[in-house]
Ligand binder design. Structure first.
Ligand SMILES: Cc1cc2nc3c(=O)[nH]c(=O)nc-3n(C[C@H](O)[C@H](O)[C@H](O)COP(=O)(O)OP(=O)(O)OC[C@H]3O[C@@H](n4cnc5c(N)ncnc54)[C@H](O)[C@@H]3O)c2cc1C
Length: 248
């Protein structure tokens, strides 16, 4: 068995994003990037499986040179190999899945972990698309994972409870928060990761099915109103809630 983990390199959620001059993409100036938080759960689960089975873990990311930072973080946590699929231009989720699927096939991986969602574009679809392209089984939004004799038992969080699912390899699993507690990279791991070579390859050409027409920032919030500071303000507050805000 060989495991792949697909990681995306995303703007830190604390970053205040600005729209670029083309109106369709993010202005990268001043944006700090991190490994997609859900992908850390994916990396951790792959490493736990490696510890049980002795298999190899390869990290694959589609992106530009800066994505190497996220690949290196996963290598420092304990992954064996890193691959950067270098892209030029816009890849929608389908093109991303096509490029990842091609590499997963070349690497002969039969178990693939994704995050359930990337926190920048939030499509929550790349893992499922990749499994379809590869013809793999897929279990999404997983909070518990076990593998024995190529048989997978996974638990998914659903409204009011958990769903327990069984499937077999080859399979794609998309990781939800709660699946595990991602480990911190040790100093030894960080030093070892610095020496590991990240293989770079051109990504499979785009086959986009969607086009971004424009990005729009949310409307700015109305400033707050202070009606008063003691109980005498209550009648006016009630009137405004009823007549202006129309919430009561
Ligand atoms: C409004 C909008 C603007 C966009 N602008 C750009 C742009 O300017 N430039 C551009 O190139 N793309 C752009 N994209 C495309 C976007 O980068 C891809 O769709 C992205 O790679 C996948 O994000 P997602 O939300 O579809 O991922 P999801 O489906 O939410 O991600 C699920 C999981 O898939 C895996 N994954 C996702 N992306 C990658 C990746 N790149 N490499 C490895 N694993 C991955 C991760 O495990 C992740 O947790 C835009 C998309 C939208 C909707």
């Amino acid at each position: 068995m060989k495991i792949a983990v697909c990681v995306s390199h995303v703007p830190d959620t604390a970053t205040k994003v600005k729209i670029g001059s083309d109106g369709k993409s993010i202005d990268p100036a001043g944006v700090s990037y991190i490994i997609n938080p859900y992908d850390e759960f994916a990396v951790e689960e792959a490493l736990k499986t490696k510890e049980l089975t002795g298999c190899e873990v390869v990290i694959i990311s589609l992106g530009s040179d800066s994505s190497k930072e996220s690949i290196r973080k996963a290598l420092a946590m304990g992954a064996d190999q890193g691959i950067l699929l270098k892209k030029d231009g816009f890849y929608d989720s389908f093109s991303t899945a096509c490029a990842l699927a091609k590499e997963i096939k070349e690497q002969k991986c039969d178990l693939v972990f994704f995050g359930k969602q990337s926190v920048d574009y939030d499509n929550s679809i790349t893992g499922q698309l990749t499994s379809e392209i590869l013809g793999f089984n897929c279990v999404s939004v997983v909070v518990s994972f076990k593998i024995e004799n190529n048989k997978i038992t996974a638990e998914r969080e659903i409204e009011g409870g958990r769903e327990v699912v069984e499937t077999e390899l080859p399979a794609v699993i998309t990781a939800q928060k709660g699946l595990n507690e991602p480990r911190y990279a040790s100093l030894k791991g960080i030093m070892a990761a610095k020496k590991k070579v990240i293989e770079e390859k051109p990504a499979k050409e785009v086959n986009n099915l969607t086009e971004v027409i424009k990005l729009v920032l949310p409307a700015s919030k109305q400033p707050g109103k202070i009606i008063g500071t003691d109980s005498s303000a209550v009648p006016e507050l009630v009137r405004l809630l009823r007549e202006e805000a129309k919430v009561i």
